[in-house]
Design a binder for this molecule. Structure first.
Ligand code: NAG
Ligand code: NAG
Ligand code: NAG
Length: 363
């Protein structure tokens, strides 16, 4: 394996990319059942498990099989649990070898697969990868055309509920893209931690390939149903401006023995969702335990009649949940009313003469 700085690879292999579109593993036997999209999207693909994860590679080829243009910009190393943190490289070469020996530590902080310029890595957190991708890789790769959608994951493990929403790098790399004004959907699955080298793209029973197919089919179905309004209209695009999606696949979805198909459910993030409780383990060190806590599960915004993600996967091992979020984290009007009177009162008191501190000393 040889690695080149991404720029020279992008230039020298731009032609190869165009002609490689129908090359294996695109359209491999495992991808039978992938829906051909009517509308081809420019997709930025990332994750937090690294560019060497089986799930992201399987999804890259599933999306290409559907007819989309895909650029992967994913972390060189495992970056789980980093949420929306933006850590950029501090040196010209990698801070450590790529996951599973996929890159030597001497490789540049950014680079591409030697035979496919659409498969790139970046030595940063997941959110840094998608932001770097949008500004430094996308313009050349999509030749000035805009990204229609960012897809992140599918994560090696589910990310259910609001606590995981803030914590997960799969979600973090996704919501920063929504904040930039581009639709994004994060995908998380109950799949094994696996290297892409273990994939057999002809195996329709491979869990990463099954999950990749569901992922591509959701993307194409939503893409084909998008509004045809002009881009300047905030409702145009795969998702309206400021909204994102998060998908979780329940434990049986990746296994043909358990689920002949996924049961898609429109869900919400609260509802049986977990947060951590910290215990001291038998080794004397703190460890976390999942608990259902009330603050995390009060429905304050959105449609409270929708089932919770966690509740849904607990009930149905073939569930594929789709929740829609907004990056406007303010409490909605109905919830503001619960506190409006007291907040307005406190603001008034603090701004009145008597409410101000009398002297510096009293601070
Ligand atoms: C580069 O991509 C080819 C397929 O195009 C694959 O066989 C090879 O393992 C990849 N290497 C890395 C490090 O991604
Ligand atoms: C296909 O994947 C399934 C599920 O992981 C596995 O049991 C089977 O051995 C695989 N078959 C081949 C030919 O790789
Ligand atoms: C899937 O099916 C296998 C074989 O029947 C079973 O052992 C396994 O527990 C099932 N997995 C889930 C998540 O239900």
């Amino acid at each position: 394996m040889r690695f080149f700085p991404v720029l020279s690879v992008l230039v020298s292999l731009a032609f190869a990319a165009a002609s490689a579109k129908d090359d294996y593993p695109v359209n491999a036997k495992g991808y039978s059942g992938v829906i051909k999209a009517k509308r081809s999207l420019n997709i930025l693909l990332s994750n937090d498990d690294s560019w060497a994860s089986a799930n992201i590679r399987a999804t890259y080829y599933a999306l290409k099989t559907a007819g989309h243009n895909v650029l992967m910009v994913a972390p060189a190393q495992q970056q789980s649990g980093t949420g929306g943190t933006v850590n950029l490289p501090k040196q010209a070469t990698l801070s450590g070898p790529g996951r599973g020996g996929s890159l030597p530590q001497s490789a540049p902080y950014r680079g591409a697969n030697a035979s496919d310029p659409g498969l790139t890595y970046f030595d940063g957190t997941p959110a840094a990868c998608t932001l770097f991708g949008l500004d430094q890789v996308v313009p050349d790769f999509f030749k000035g055309k805009a990204v229609d959608l960012a897809v992140t994951g599918p994560n090696e493990g589910t990310n259910l509920g609001p606590f995981l929403y803030t914590l997960s790098g799969t979600l973090g790399s996704s919501y920063v893209v929504v904040e930039r004004g581009i639709p994004a959907i994060a995908f998380s699955a109950s799949t094994a931690i696996r290297d892409y080298k273990t994939l057999n793209y002809d195996n329709a029973s491979d869990e990463s390939i099954i999950i990749a197919k569901y992922t591509a089919n959701l993307v194409s179905t939503l893409g084909d149903s998008q509004s045809h309004e002009k881009r300047s209209n905030p409702e145009a695009g795969v998702l309206p401006l400021g909204l994102g999606g998060t998908v979780n696949y329940a434990s049986g979805v990746g296994q043909v023995a358990n689920c002949s198909k996924a049961n898609w459910i429109h869900t919400r993030m609260t509802g049986g969702a977990y947060i951590d409780r910290i215990n001291i383990g038998s080794n004397g060190l703190p460890q976390y335990e999942n608990i259902v806590a009330p603050g995390l599960n009060r429905c304050l915004s959105g449609d409270c009649s929708l089932p919770g993600e966690q509740d849904s996967v607990n009930k149905d091992k073939c569930a594929a949940t789709l929740s829609i979020y907004s990056v406007d984290y303010d409490a909605p009007t109905a919830a503001q009313h619960l506190l409006k009177h007291r907040v307005d009162g406190a603001v008034k008191t603090l701004n009145s003469k008597s409410g101000k501190p009398k002297s510096k000393r009293s601070l």
